[in-house]
Design a binder for this molecule. Sequence first.
Ligand SMILES: N[C@@H](CCC(=O)N[C@@H](CS)C(=O)NCC(=O)O)C(=O)O
Length: 196
Amino acid sequence: MQIYWSPRTRSFASLWALEETGMPYEAVLTDISIGAQKTPEYLAINPMGKVPALKDGDVTIAESAAIIAYIAERFPAAKLAPEIGHPQRGKYLQWMFFAANIEAAITQIFTKIEMPTSSAGWGSADQVFDVLDKALETGPWLLGQRFSAADIVIGSGLNFAVRAFKMVPPRPSFDRYLDRISAREAFKAAEKMGAV
Ligand SMILES: N[C@@H](CCC(=O)N[C@@H](CS)C(=O)NCC(=O)O)C(=O)O
């Protein structure tokens, strides 16, 4: 299995997920600062010309949340996803897809675009981070006692927004959660590669 990544990008989350499984993989440096993501070879893997992308035999996948969901299902022994039918499966899926709201919220903060909250799919940036604040009040993880791939998807988004790029002000619940995720050995291993 190959993961195509570049330093200080969204590919950090996929590397973190692979590290959580403890399974062997090949990290293929695809340095976006020199345009490695726009070569014909790479565009054949991800036509968006963005990192990350994952190759598993004949399977190629792009989009971080999809890659991480795939990793969670490909290596069930790592217990990164509640299985189909498990009472926590629904909430798990909700948080996996909630990542798109974080992306939209960050874009809104960056561009200062104003939209009626009832028309914007993510409501507003404040709404997104207030909902996360509330969800992280108890913890330790989004699914309570159980760490899951949703923490990788949401945790890495929050880490970029709050700590790496300081676009979102810290809150006590975010700080506690980000301290917990960054203490994980798998997070540290991905960090050591220079991924974040
Ligand atoms: N929706 C994609 C976004 C990936 C993305 O935006 N990657 C950026 C780096 S963080 C990239 O590759 N930028 C280089 C480019 O677009 O040329 C995901 O979540 O995987």
